[in-house]
Design a protein around this ligand. Structure first.
Ligand SMILES: [Fe+2]
Ligand SMILES: [Fe+2]
Length: 289
């Protein structure tokens, strides 16, 4: 099974409508124009759907921050991109996709990116990202992906996420419903580690870490948010293999991961942007937990 992990697109559109700027969005525009505009390029994201096809990708997992200030026009642009992906995909929102209180409360992200189930055939299908902030998909024989939405609207100087007690309960319940001998990929916009400055962290990340420690069937933890590409095998510390795909739009720092899963382990291939997407590193891991 071959998976593409891609995140932090940061499609950006500006508005000068004063009513739409009366929020954290004003600061977001300022931040974009002064700091980010020269480092992020949506053009380099465009070749990805075709490349995924050429590489024979089976599933595309997208880690959030599709937008910059959760503007409708940004989501529309991001949706145009996602519509070009031929494979089944799962997408979670990032903090930028819930940038304003209004976009958060109105669940604007899910107007564009959600899987509507016609009928519930399995108790696990009761949970949806839109309604419960959690959703599970069987992605292959013996393999599941659980997607978490931990994005919240925050004050202007914070980009924190929140793994709530309620979501913790749902995750425990979902783990109970997935057959014990099957493996899981957990995806979330935020890392669970409390490494960054507090205002960028996942609140209650330590509770999520405890679940990862208790459940060795969670073999991979996929996240974005930091814009720092990272591949870390933490199995020796009783944690999953942690993959941060970095931001796919961030110029020469732009990256994404191709993950090949097989019975005994996985191979992670890093693609980086250098005028075109280039394979730069291949690492093989064995399941050890
Ligand atoms: Fe981001
Ligand atoms: Fe983020």
């Amino acid at each position: 099974m071959r998976i593409a992990q891609v995140s932090d697109f940061h499609y950006t559109r500006l508005t000068w409508n004063p009513f739409r700027l009366m929020s954290k969005r004003f600061l977001g525009h300022f931040n974009w124009l002064l700091l980010r505009k020269k480092h992020f390029f949506e053009e380099q994201v465009e070749p990805l759907p075709k490349l995924f096809e050429e590489l024979g990708v089976d599933y595309v997992l997208m880690g959030g921050d599709f937008s910059t200030t959760a503007l409708t026009e940004e989501f529309e642009r991001a949706k145009e991109f996602v519509d070009q992906i031929k494979q089944p995909w799962i997408a979670v929102p990032g903090n930028h996709d819930r940038y304003t209180r209004r976009s958060c409360k109105g669940l604007h992200f899910y107007r564009y990116f959600s899987h509507q189930r016609k009928e519930i055939q399995d108790p696990i299908e009761f949970f949806t990202l839109k309604d419960h902030r959690i959703e599970a998909h069987k992605i292959g024989k013996g393999w599941w992906t659980i997607a978490l939405d931990t994005a919240i609207a925050t004050n202007p100087y914070s980009s924190q996420g929140y793994f709530s007690e309620k979501l913790e309960g749902y995750l425990e319940e979902m783990l109970h419903l997935i057959p014990k001998n099957e493996s899981i990929i957990l995806m979330n916009h935020f890392p669970f580690f409390q490494n960054d400055v507090a205002r960028h962290n996942l609140i209650r990340g330590e509770a999520l870490q405890r679940i990862l420690e208790k459940n060795p069937r969670i073999r991979l933890y996929l996240h974005g948010h930091t814009h720092r590409h990272t591949v870390a095998d933490l199995q020796i510390s009783n944690l999953p293999i942690v993959l941060d795909s970095g931001s796919c739009a961030q110029g020469r720092k732009g990256a994404w991961n191709l993950i090949d899963i097989h019975d005994g382990g996985c191979t992670v291939t890093t693609y980086r942007w250098d005028h075109r997407w280039t394979k730069t590193r291949v690492e093989a891991f064995q399941w050890k937990r």
